[in-house]
Structures are given as structure tokens and as C-alpha cells.
Design a protein around this ligand. Sequence first.
Ligand code: NAD
Length: 479
Amino acid sequence: MSFTNELLNTVLRHAGQEVSRKEFLNLAGRGLAVGVAASTLASCQSDGPAKATAASTPTTGTPASEVDASTVYTAPSGQQVPSSEAVSPPAKVPAGLDKPIELEAWKSDVDPKSGPVPTPLPPDKRVGYALVGLGHLTLEEILPAFGECKKSKPVALVSASPEKLKKVAQQYGIKPESCYSYQEYEKLKDNPDVQAIYIVLPNSMHAEYVVRGAKTGKHILCEKPMATSAKECELMIAACKQANVKLMVAYRIQYEPYNRQVRDMIRDAKFGKVKYIQAQNSQSSANPDHWRHKKALAGGGALPDIGLYCLNTSRFLLGTEPTEVFAHSYSTPGNPLFKEVEEMMTFQLRFPGGIVVDSITHYNTHDSRYYRVNTERGWLHLDNAYAYTGQQLKTSHAEGEAKMQNQITIPAKNQFAAEMDHFSECILENKQPHTPGEEGLQDHRIMEAIYQSARENRPIKLTEVKGTDVFRGPEPKQA
Ligand code: NAD
């Protein structure tokens, strides 16, 4: 029984009557319950029992019997709609902003549960982010995602374009004095609104801006790929350690509910042990002048940009680390897009226990982003696995003579908001991020072995890593 209902019954018991929850809701729906409680309480305090049917509404004092008939709302269409008195149905409102309000339940367990009521931090308690680089990802995904954040807010911008700075600052309510050019980057140090710097620049600039950013004493969230080499990753990790700031790589997939669901089903051996995974991440590009097609700025082609999702997500799903890679790469001769970076990379990763991950990534095919985890007793197939939205999870397994094929639907979440809020939580609670610099470094070590394998046309052994999730920090909270 809810607190409100209990209170109501206590009041009415004093008045010599018992009201069931159904009756209460019925009364509430007719705008009477509050009046009943209020007038009964008043009569308990004065002359003893009162009759619920004789109750008055608390605001107007109109006799209850007249409320239904007299309160009519005229809709814009002219339709006369019977109106109800506004009431708050029973709810538990715990003290503490981090505790969700528990609204009255009305759905049966036949339907999926909705999640708890969100518990956003008040704006002045949220972690303030400086966004460095105002390109596609920042403008199209990250800044809009702050609207769904509960612990993070944008407070500063860094860009070479004064026009972009002015416009974006106005759009997102960022102070003009919190807008900086790249030359003024170090001034973030003196901005008390900024606790975290989010690096969203071309890959080759990540190392420099993480190292310089760490010196400002602010925590750093860095886009993937972490850098253009394992060596750079090591320098970035060391710089953040030395400055005593946190470093997280923005592996949004590890915060995305469908990918986490697959991970949990695999780890629980829902359909037996994993045997092999097929993974594909492909898209098409057309601008040879873009930094993604310049080796010095991108570090590589399809592999570090999108093939990395196949690599990092497989490691995340399995929890273990590959022991060997074998790769093949191709670029169409004469295509200016692929003069400097690879068009296609296919790579096989061997994991402990004989598990094989077979991946392909392509810069010159229609958008296709999925993986299938093949297990002893079934498979799990995630379409749009690496996309920003639209994940579709299908599973198959046998039950007797039947082949059971299911589509699993779970509430979607904005991956960028989930990832930023996790980093904010790490800052607020002084925790290690789930995807720290070490997680990015391991990917770069493996990508270097993939390139070597493709160059030398032979399998490359990787340094053996024992244990599970050894490069990851604690699990993110799922609130
Ligand atoms: P983009 O080209 O749209 O934006 C890059 C920004 O960097 C632009 O504002 C540009 O002006 C600025 N910049 C500064 N110096 C530059 C220089 N010398 N050359 C080119 N640009 C320069 O790129 P993007 O798609 O926003 O990617 C930025 C980073 O985010 C990359 O590291 C990319 O891998 C990563 N990314 C991640 C995801 C994801 O889902 N997590 C998606 C897309 C991009």
C-alpha cells in the first residue's frame, strides 16, 4: 500500500470508514479524493466523522455532487468535455535528488516495465564540458545529446572559426567569454565552469590536444581512434597520469543498451559458448580532400575510422583479448580517395578458446554495420550495431522441433549522452572510467599488428593478455 493511500485510510478509519485503493482512484478521477481526505481530516479534528458523499472540493467548496455536472471544458473545436479536478495520484517522493520519484504503478507485468523516473542533477551541479572542434560530430551529435544528459552540460567551445563560435554559443547558451581559438586553448585552465575537455578533432591532433589539455588540470574525454599510434597513446596516458586528471576514450558502443544486452547474453552463455563472430562496418566517402583521406591527419583509412568498431566491440563482447591477427587490405588503383589510406581492410582475430572474429571494413560500399555472434546453441544478430540509432537485435535457437527466432526490443538511449554522463559520474565520484586510455592503447596495438599482417601477408602474434576486461574500469551505472 502506498504512503498516500495509507494516510488516506488512516484518516478515514478515524472517521469510521474504509476506502479501498480502487475507490480512492475512482474518487480521485472524479476530482473528489483530495476533497474527501481534506474534509474528513478537518472533521476528525473537530466534530468527528463526516460523510464522504458530503465532501466539498478543497478549492471551490462546491458540493461534490455538483462537481461532475458543472465542470465542463470547451475544447477549441467547440466540443464540451467533462472536466476533472486536478489531483496528484499516490507517489513516493524520497528525499535526495538522486533517488527517483516512484509514481503509482498501473501496468501489469504483461507489458515491459518503464525505467525509473530520471534523476537529473540540477544544472549548477553538472560537469561542465569544453568542446574542442566544431565539426560534424560535435554539431550533429554531441551538442544535441547534452539535451539528454543528466550530469553533463556544455560550457565552453574551442574552434578556429569566430562565426561558428558565435552562432553555436548563442544556440547552446554558452558565454561569449567561454569561446576560444586553438591558440587560446590553454586559457581553459582559468575557466572555473570547465571540468572536462572533449577532444573532437582529426585523429592526428588527439595526442597533442590531450597532452596540452591535461596540463590545464581538466579531465579529458577523447574521441576514437585515441590517436594514430600506440606510442602516442602511451604519451597521452602518461601525461594525464602526471597531471592527475582522468582520461577516457569515447567508445560510445560500450554505453549503448543493445550492445550491452548482447554482451550480457554472451557472458551468461545464454545460447552456450561463443564460437565465432562476423562483424562488418562499411560506408562510402566521396571527398578526397577531407582529412579522413590524408594519412598524416587520419593515421589510416577504413580501419581506424570504422573498422575499429568491429575490433573494440568484439573485445568488449568477449571480455578477453586476441592472441593473433591475420589481415588483408585493398585500395582501388587510381582512386584519389585511396591514394594515402586503405579503402578496405579485412581481418581475422583469434581469441582464447578457439573463438574467431572475422571482420571487414570498407570505405567504398553502401552503409552496412552489423555483427552476428554464433554460439554453440544459437546466434545473436545485431543490425545497425555501430550506428547512432536503429539497433535491431534478433536471436535464433532451437527448442525441440521448433526453431525459435526472436526480436528483442529494449529502450534505446542516446549513446553520446550515456557516454558523457558516465565520464561526468567518474569525475563527480572520483572513479576510473569504464573505457580509459589503456582500452584505446590496446586497440592501437592490435591495429598496428593488423597493418603489419596485411603488409607482410602473414599472421601476427599478439602479446598474450590473461584475464577478463583487464583494460576496462568499473561498469557504468545504468541509471
Ligand atoms: P569533422 O571534419 O567534421 O570535424 C573536425 C573538426 O576539427 C572541424 O571543426 C575542423 O574545423 C577541426 N579542425 C581543426 N584543425 C583541423 C585540421 N588541421 N584539419 C581538419 N580539421 C581541423 O570530423 P568529425 O567527423 O567531427 O570527426 C572528429 C573526430 O571524431 C575524429 O577523431 C573522428 O574519428 C571522431 N568521430 C567519432 C564518431 C563516433 O561515433 N564516436 C563519429 C564521427 C567522428
